[in-house]
Write a protein that binds this ligand. Structure first.
Ligand SMILES: [Zn+2]
Length: 165
């Protein structure tokens, strides 16, 4: 399940995830388990917490009150922190969706001021285009600090990369 909101109004159009699998990172030791956490926003900015399986640090997850970025803070001296804008890491921001839509000669973002982008349908459309063009699968490079991305976002990144988006 991926729920990606969009809003065309305001200073600039934007997208934000409010139900998506996210990778987690321990800011104390850098460990990323190959297991996604279901991110469904926060209560007053508090997303949740976990204990790092590698170093034992307690890590608190926060966000901007259901808005990016999502931050991980380790409860160790110095309180090390890492933050991610998952919409950017996953290439589900407004600009990337427009580029993806241009590659398919369609729009990935429905008409209207606000609503949801059907990411699964968009991924199927990209994969159909890759099959039609008979392109070889090209694994997308990941941004710095990111070592693992859960499915289906990994497939989304690879599809964009394969299509040269
Ligand atoms: Zn750790």
């Amino acid at each position: 399940m991926i729920r990606l909101h969009f809003n065309r109004t305001g200073r600039q159009p934007s997208t934000w995830l409010l139900d998506a699998p996210i990778f987690t990172v321990c800011p104390n030791c850098g460990f990323t388990p190959h297991e996604a956490l279901r991110y469904v926003g926060s209560r007053y900015g508090l997303v949740g917490s976990f204990t790092c399986a590698a170093c034992g640090a307690k890590v608190t997850i926060t966000d901007g009150d259901c808005r990016p970025p999502v931050s991980f803070t380790a409860d160790v001296p110095g309180q090390p922190q890492v933050s991610f804008i998952y919409e950017d890491v996953y290439r589900l921001n407004w600009a990337d969706l427009e580029r993806a839509g241009a590659a398919l000669r369609t729009s990935m973002i429905p008409p209207g001021e606000k609503g949801y982008v059907d990411v699964e349908a968009a991924l199927r459309a990209l994969e159909a285009e890759i099959a039609r063009l008979d392109l070889p699968h090209a694994p997308a490079p990941l941004p710095g600090g990111v070592t693992w991305v859960p499915l289906p976002l990994r497939a989304w990144l690879d599809a964009l990369h394969t299509l040269g988006v």
